[in-house]
Ligand binder design. Sequence first.
Ligand SMILES: *Cc1c(COP(=O)(O)O)cnc(C)c1O
Length: 362
Amino acid sequence: MKETYRCWAEIDRDALRHNAKVVRQRIGSAEMLAVVKANAYGHGLLGVAQTLADDAQLFGVANLEEALALRASLPHPIVILGPATPEERSIIAQRGFIPTISSLEEAQAFDRFGPVAINFKIDTGMGRMGVVENEAREVFKRVAELPNIDIHSVSTHMPVSNEDAKFTRGQLVRFRRIIERIRAEVPGSYRAHVLQSAGTLAFNPPTFEIVRAGIMLYGISPLPEFQKLLKPVMTWKTRIVLIRDMPKGSSISYGRTFITPRKMRIATLSAGYADGYPWHLSNRGAAVLVRGQRCALIGRVTMDLMMIDVSNIDNVQVGDEVVLMGRDGSEEISCVELAEKAGTITWEIITRIGARVRRVYV
Ligand SMILES: *Cc1c(COP(=O)(O)O)cnc(C)c1O
């Protein structure tokens, strides 16, 4: 069947388990919350979650819809990391998902549908969700008094964990101080969590009781010095669907941004920006791998097709596999390389890989 795919992503389950072990080694006895939002960062929600079922103690998703999709196949606690809409609250409570709460009002609204276990979020600098830091203790006390609310955990999020170590260290100290005070004022078995991948790699300890591992599970390090610990999970592939010999002076693709400087052998690939390959990689020095060798992407990426220079590849054939991201022999196109050339971040590259791209578990 694989032979018929035009554009697909091979997901290496062993690599996924390897990366989970790396997380485990770094967090001691803390629980691992495997972040599988956005279709497990483009790697396929259920395939990834099932592979990690023994390694992860909890799962994290962005919203109710993702939680429902995950619940069908796994019994683990599921934390909804994003804010719930008012309409979603009753179902979240009924289904036993753990919503993330940013205010007393939100907690009160959930209390009406309770009992419900919640993740109490504190904003220590992310500016996206959570109770602002200087009101956190007071709001926590009031939330803890609500009859149908059970506090599962208290958390915060780090905005510069891979960019500003000084701010991040200060943030960790401040969060720890808040947690200690809250624990003194409102005893309970709730757990604390802060660290995402960069934090788990670089600011460890402290780990707190839960860590939220995302991109590192997929084998991509947000900090280059830790990349060697991890194994990339996805190899993104397509196929050559045409090979044509073009005379010198031929224009290639929309905009005619590339004109062949000499006679060239050009292959057309069955992948484009509709598959998630960034249009912004057009004319940015991007390459793909054919038979283990780098071939330059030429001209603009189109919706379903893109062109590469195969003039120097011996024996190249229609139907040949092409690696858009991943390793082939000794060559590799890393997610970091694609992200840098496209002017974006690794998270965006993998989460945008399209629905048309088949996920194949190997
Ligand atoms: C997405 C997300 C994570 C995972 O972040 P990575 O950098 O991918 O590890 C952790 N915590 C929260 C709140 C998130 O939204």
